[in-house]
Design a protein around this ligand. Structure first.
Ligand SMILES: [Zn+2]
Ligand SMILES: [Zn+2]
Length: 253
């Protein structure tokens, strides 16, 4: 299994044009972050997690010409705003499998009503095959995917486990029962926003506490704000086996 980290940034404190924050001006490419997303590749199939505003750019960067499925963590715009850019994949391959909860489905139906119209659908609009999941495992491209429910402060969010890899973003807390699904991992990708506490996202201290509890062999932090600081300096102070993810990082499992 190959994992490509397509983006590690967040709309939470996203660097704006003209920002004079030193991290935004950094010459280190690892300090330049598109919105969070990851791609799982196995047996020639590709599964993307989330479809944010930078989705098009991420697909072009990695020459992705076929997508087997898209898994959605939750409805926030930094994870869903690129939905319309699934259109080229629709033209190329026909229907696209999108896995999401009924809650996320409802939110996307409201926001992208023209994509979900059942009568007089505008020609050329991508035809998404929505497959709703609750919290039970399902198969995509022959891979078993286990959703892991977490709390994102005010709304639920799902991470996903595939083999000994798990991807958890926009987590604030996880109940003990769901934590059991995150045991014996080779690689955990986990959100970690910044040092200062935040209402709806794990900060550094909380993320490290979770890592100590779950004990994955390796952890990569993602969904990072520029307020965290420079990649190089922050990573030096992380414990063994814990790293900052960066855009275009590849992990082979
Ligand atoms: Zn969110
Ligand atoms: Zn987010």
């Amino acid at each position: 299994m190959k994992i490509t980290i397509l983006g590690t940034g967040t709309s939470q404190g996203i660097p704006v044009i003209g920002s004079d924050h030193p991290v935004c001006k950094s010459a280190d490419s690892r300090d330049k972050r598109l919105r969070v997303s990851a791609m799982i590749e196995l047996n020639g199939k590709r599964i993307v997690i989330d479809c944010g505003p930078d989705f098009r750019q991420q697909m072009l960067k990695h020459n992705v010409d076929q997508l087997h499925a898209v898994l959605f963590t939750h409805e926030h715009a930094d994870h869903t705003a690129g939905l319309d850019d699934l259109r080229p994949f629709f033209f190329r391959q026909g229907e696209i499998n999108c896995h999401m909860t009924s809650r996320v489905h409802l939110a996307l139906q409201e926001r992208f009503s023209y994509m979900f119209a059942t009568v007089n659908k505008y020609p050329g609009v991508a035809d998404l095959t929505v497959q709703e999941f609750e919290n039970e495992s399902f198969k995509v491209a022959g891979i078993e995917i286990t959703p892991v429910l977490a709390d994102h402060g005010f709304i639920p969010v799902h991470g996903f486990r595939a083999g000994n890899f798990a991807y958890m973003t926009d987590v604030k807390t996880i109940e003990d029962k769901e934590k059991q699904k995150l045991k014996n991992l080779d690689v955990l990708v986990l959100n970690m926003l910044r040092v200062k506490e935040h209402k709806t996202h794990l900060n550094l201290e909380e993320a490290l506490e979770l890592v100590r509890e779950l004990k994955p062999k390796r952890t990569y932090f993602t969904h990072i704000s520029h307020h965290l600081g420079f990649h190089e300096e922050v990573e030096k102070n992380l414990p063994d086996g814990v790293f900052l993810a960066y855009d275009n990082l590849e992990i082979n499992l």
